[in-house]
Ligand binder design. Sequence first.
Ligand code: SAM
Length: 373
Amino acid sequence: MVGIILNKDRFLEVVSDTERIEDSKEFKEKIKQIKDSLETKNDSLYLLNIVGNGDTINYKKEILISNLQQIIESQTLERAKYYLERLKKGIEEVKTSKINDINLNRWKEYEDLTTDSLWYWKSRDSSGVHIASYWGNFIPQIPNQTLRRYTKKGDWVLDTFSGSGTTMIECKRLGRNGIGIELNPRVVKDSKELISKEENPFKVFTDVIEGDSRFISHENLLKNNPNKKFQMVIMHPPYHDIIKFSQNKEDLSNAKNLKEFLEMFGKIVENVTPFLENNRYLVLVIGDKYSKGEWIPLGHLTMLEVLKKGYTLKSTIVKNIENTLGKRNQEDLWRYRALVGGFYIFKHEYIFIFKKTGNKDRLIDEVVNLKEQ
Ligand SMILES: C[S@@+](CC[C@H](N)C(=O)[O-])C[C@H]1O[C@@H](n2cnc3c(N)ncnc32)[C@H](O)[C@@H]1O
């Protein structure tokens, strides 16, 4: 969507003059004039005439034009004035919530921020230093979308399974401080190198620490952070043993069985929970697996582990998985196997969104006792 840069003072002046008009026809004609002036770019009202040191407004052109059109099409003068007032407010005031920087007065402009629970991404964002070569990394759109929804600029983010550093790269781009924990020393070294190549326009702090997320001291990690808490935690654990990330027995991908895998995962949630600010968010990204003719619901089992630790589930997102080249060549074989075996081929994984509420008022407690025994 094309952006348009307006002279802020001039735009507000024209809007204020228009607000004073009491005749409906005249009012709408003035709005039409504003719209034409922007659309044709002849700038008859000098709205685009940027002056030295003057304040500007950056607006998505299509949305501004559609807002003006909505005013023109209003049934009553009162309604038209209400829409104009709303447009003016969006320029004069920034209205954000406690957990992000989305300007709610201009919410229509965030059309790339998804609010649906079904995510379909055709391809991964491979811009800048992002790489696809770390087998098992997530697409950058996952941290990008969730960081923008659940953090503000300058907030602190923890990734307990940092891998190739996708979250840290997005933190740098979006102006969030980030700490990643990664067990595998080689992966730590490579990811640090990669992250350092990403520009740091907001001068944030990012680092990847080698360690086991079950036992790492978060207190130590937060020593540079004045309020000693994280504002978001993102977790992308191994999908049990589908991909073996190392030979290390501390690695979740080497858990002996499902029970041990869930215990190890639960321990990591428990370790970080005291260091996540109350009413902030934990994002869990995981897929299921298939083993000995049985669909193992890793997603739902790990989700229950998080619920046990005092979180409220806010959303379950289902995200598409695009086949890697290798798998694509085997598509026919998989389709045949599925038809024979009575199963469906994995095409999705989950993103669970939790809020740290401390078990308060959860309806789910009525049917299942999720409190830690
Ligand atoms: C699915 S990958 C995460 C990929 C990451 N999201 C990315 O975009 O690159 C899981 C990572 O967790 C690491 N890991 C496994 N067990 C761990 C543990 N106990 N503590 C910390 N990291 C661990 C693995 O080495 C692997 O790199």
